[in-house]
Ligand binder design. Structure first.
Ligand SMILES: Nc1nc2c(ncn2[C@@H]2O[C@H](COP(=O)(O)OP(=O)(O)OP(=O)(O)O)[C@@H](O)[C@H]2O)c(=O)[nH]1
Ligand SMILES: [Mg+2]
Length: 496
């Protein structure tokens, strides 16, 4: 049934359609007339000019068609080394860490391995992917002598192992690595990731459409710019139609991320019917013959770049990763050294307070000591700080102290309780711990901003200072109280 309202709407639509059709007809007639006129004018031109114009129009149409085709068929991105961390710079950073007694053996071992593989003429291929995707089976299919463990249980492979294989004229070294996404096995996953970065090319093995985590892994690998092949394993699990559909989906989603997408059957078992000589039949289960034809072709295409290019992409990935790891080692070293500086000044503040004849009830920052603490931290972090900024910061910090003095003294009192014998020593020790807490908080607050921002952010430092001064962090309080106790013992020792 049509109501009067919808009838009006339909009439309006019909009118629009009629008008649009008339408009289109008018345009078509106009275009035909222009084409006929153009043809008549062309016919009147000399032959050479006519042919030239036709060739020009054909070239224009050809170029447009090619452009449309290219847009609809994007080319897989060529490997692009993203991180160009320089070797000399990395070596210098390792030396610097070593000279400051940081652990550097693993960085040096990584550089040695980089050189060792560069000198060998092998192509390193990492077979990477989630647990139970069939990585070890694939290694065994490509290198039949490989003594790898294959099992339905996820997490079977726990170490990185290398196996020799061949591909055309190329000598391969296939790396079987632990699977990713195993709960509670982050270290093993890290082994796999490190090995993927050391390889010339990576085969990413999946046994179905990719999950969000696998998608992220694939993109992480792509970021390092080395040849990347996505192998859809266990293709025997689907019908032909399902397999084609799945491969087409992966192609649509990952054509721009990986260099090749191939279907593969790495292993598994099959059941066959066998006729015995006496006419009886028996079923037996045997290992299925692997199908790696498409994978081998894809791998060959991935390794088509010159050995120098492949090696460069590999070195770039390893150095890029080293760059990140050195970054966190350097951060760790700065944290350690900052802590040592803060501890030294906290001790000095305590000693100063213990030496004071009559400690004031008001807590004040010892100006010269605080300035030199902040200067030392700034030098360590290589952040220049203007004296004006330092003064302004300490003025503000003093105001914060005024409003929190009673809280700090109460917290210092709590710290004292952790050492029953000390409580009887009275006000002097209480104030010494309070001064220790102030310097500890001040140093930590400023170190934090220098570490996070590589600049002296006064606002962040003030906010952290305020928080630390009133925080009841048991471990920190005990530490400061212990420093006070050590200073007292030393004093008593020297008096004795
Ligand atoms: N049906 C079928 N099963 C397969 C195929 N490839 C591997 N499998 C089976 O999948 C299971 C896991 O295989 P593995 O090769 O151990 O897998 P993995 O990725 O190395 O596993 P982890 O080392 O635990 O990470 C085993 O039971 C294999 O037999 C295949 O192509 N088809
Ligand atoms: Mg395995």
């Amino acid at each position: 049934m049509t109501t009067p309202d919808t009838r009006h709407l339909r009439l309006l639509l019909a009118l629009c359609v009629g008008l649009a059709s008339l408009g289109l007809l008018w345009l078509a007639l106009g275009a035909t007339r222009s084409a006929l006129e153009l043809w008549r004018e062309l016919a009147g031109l000399p032959l050479v000019l006519r042919l030239g114009l036709i060739a020009l129009a054909a070239a224009f149409l050809g170029a447009s068609a090619w452009l449309v085709w290219r847009l609809l068929h994007p080319r897989a991105r060529p490997p692009r080394p993203v991180v160009v961390a320089d070797r000399a710079g990395i070596e210098k950073r390792i030396e610097r860490l070593q000279s400051r007694e940081a652990e550097t053996a693993r960085f040096q071992a990584e550089l040695e391995e980089l050189d060792r593989r560069a000198a060998a003429e092998d192509y390193y291929i990492a077979v990477f992917g989630e647990i139970s995707a069939g990585k070890s089976s694939l290694v065994r299919a490509l290198a039949p002598q490989a003594p790898v463990d294959v099992d339905v249980l996820g997490g079977t492979t726990t170490q990185v192992s290398h196996h020799r294989g061949e591909l055309g004229q190329r000598r391969l070294v296939l790396a079987d690595v632990p699977g990713t996404q195993e709960i509670g096995a982050r270290e093993r996953e890290q082994l796999a990731r490190d090995e993927a970065l050391r390889a010339h090319a990576v085969i990413y093995v999946a046994s179905g459409d990719l999950t969000r985590a696998q998608d992220a892994e694939l993109k992480w690998l792509r970021g390092y710019g080395k040849p990347l092949l996505l192998a859809l394993n266990k293709t025997d699990q689907w019908s032909d139609a399902e397999r084609h559909e799945l491969l087409a989906t992966l192609q649509r989603r990952y054509a721009g991320t990986v260099d090749r997408i191939v279907g593969v059957r790495a292993g598994g078992s099959e059941t066959v019917l066998r006729r015995l000589s006496d006419g009886r039949e028996e079923t037996l289960t045997r290992q299925a013959t692997p199908d790696t034809v498409a994978l081998r072709e894809g791998l060959l295409a991935c390794l088509a770049a010159s050995p120098q290019q492949l090696e460069q992409a590999r070195a770039s990935a390893v150095l890029g990763h080293l760059d990140e790891q050195l970054g966190s080692a350097e951060r760790g070293m700065l944290e350690r050294e900052s802590r040592a500086i803060v501890e030294r000044y906290t001790r000095r503040a305590i000693v100063g307070a213990l030496a004071a004849v009559a400690p004031g009830t008001d807590l004040l920052i010892q100006g010269a000591l605080a300035t030199s603490l902040l200067r030392e931290l700034a030098t360590l972090h290589q952040v220049p700080i203007k004296q004006l900024d330092l003064d302004a910061f300490l003025r503000q910090a003093t105001l914060t102290l005024r409003t929190t003095s009673s809280v700090i003294l109460a917290i210092a009192g709590n710290a004292l309780k952790a050492f029953p014998g000390l409580g009887t020593l009275g006000g002097g020790v209480l104030h010494a711990i309070a001064y220790g807490l102030i310097f500890d908080s001040l140093g930590r607050a400023v170190s934090q901003t220098l570490l996070d921002q590589h600049r002296f952010d006064q606002d962040q430092a003030q906010a952290t200072l305020q928080r630390l001064l009133t925080e009841q962090a048991r471990e920190r309080l005990t530490h400061v109280a212990q420093l006070a106790l050590q200073s007292l013992r030393r004093d008593n020792g020297s008096e004795a």
